[in-house]
Design a protein around this ligand. Structure first.
Ligand code: SER
Length: 326
């Protein structure tokens, strides 16, 4: 049977890059790109979907005989704190809609992203294990812990083949993050290539788990392509890339852009970050489906600076405009 993939939330930081990789792999005609907002790329088949509307998801699934769903839509950790009840409603309603549509239509596979935000003060912060105690302090984290358990419930009760990864902060040049606690690790590179001072909302020594976007995309596809019997964890898999603090990124940037300057002005996001792991134990992902990351901080810095320099030079972008997607 041909794979027909529906990506929900395709305009986001991960979605916009993952969608391209899926189109490459499965063919553009087999990937239905969807988001609540307008089409971002001109490539492929686009359907506007507000995932709080189950009928609309069903309509698109029926129209294209969808066999797999990647459900990426969510309100992230920092933005979520502005309106906790709305964040809970949106994050849970969209997931439950996807799970129900998947169950009713015998969808072959579902992907659900979780996050390092599931961890709270009850988990050890260094090499945090997959089965750590989960007591998140953000509504986003609470919704992801619940989502992981709902995913496992649909697997156990209905046999739905749903798979999940706990992403660390994702760093890439192609898209901007949308309201998370790890966003600084992308924004800082834009300011650096634009010769602007960066005001950082975390403290200089706040270390968080991070990952280059290509690693995140490869992990997702590797998990989804692994044989069903290899997937032993049906809540969500820890995956690690690199861990670094703002100070360490600055030092890497300054090796390449010596005049780069940063000011530290920690805000509420520092409190969120302080509760999260510093590093992640991803041995289960490695053992079950062969996960290994490729990019270290120095390589991430090289590729970010190179690509963003090209982008800002070639496109002659205004220094003020960093609301881009490449
Ligand atoms: N990058 C996300 C956030 O900061 C973590 O899932 O919210």
């Amino acid at each position: 049977m041909e794979n027909i993939i529906l990506v929900i939330g395709a305009n986001g930081q991960l979605g916009s890059v993952l969608t391209g990789a899926l189109q490459e792999k499965y063919g553009s005609k087999n990937v239905i790109v969807s988001d609540i907002s307008e089409q971002k790329t001109t490539k492929g088949i686009f359907e506007r979907i507000d995932a709080t509307n189950m009928d609309r998801i069903q309509e698109v699934v029926s129209k294209y005989s969808v066999t797999q769903i990647y459900h990426l839509a969510a309100i992230l950790s920092a933005n979520g704190e502005a309106n906790p009840l709305k964040t809970w409603d949106i994050n849970m309603k969209t997931l439950l809609n996807v799970l129900e549509v998947a169950r009713i239509n015998n969808i072959e596979k579902v992907f659900y992203p979780s996050s390092i935000a599931v961890f709270g003060s009850g988990a050890t912060q260094v090499n945090t294990p997959n089965d750590a105690y989960l007591d998140p302090a953000t509504v986003y984290g609470i919704s992801k812990v619940s989502g992981e358990n709902w995913a496992q419930y649909y697997y156990l009760k209905y046999g739905l083949d749903i798979r999940s990864i706990r992403y660390p902060g994702i760093v890439g040049y192609q898209s901007l993050p949308g309201g998370g606690t790890t966003d600084y690790a992308v924004d800082i590179f834009h300011k650096a290539v634009l010769d602007e001072t960066y005001t950082c909302f975390l403290s200089e020594n706040t270390t968080l788990p991070m990952m280059y976007i290509d690693d995140a995309v490869n992990a997702t596809i590797a998990l989804m392509e692994a044989p069903k019997e290899a997937i032993k964890i049906r809540t969500s898999y820890n995956i690690a890339g690199v861990s670094f603090s703002p100070k360490e990124v600055v030092s890497e940037i300054q090796k390449r852009i010596p005049n780069f300057n940063i000011i530290y002005a920690p805000d509420f996001r520092e409190e969120i970050a302080k509760n999260w792991p510093k590093s992640i134990d991803d041995s289960a992902a490695n053992a079950d489906w062969g996960w290994t990351p490729e990019y270290n901080l120095s390589e991430i810095t090289d590729v970010m600076i190179h690509a963003l320099n090209d982008y800002y030079n070639k496109e002659n972008k205004s220094k003020k405009d960093i609301s881009l997607c490449i």
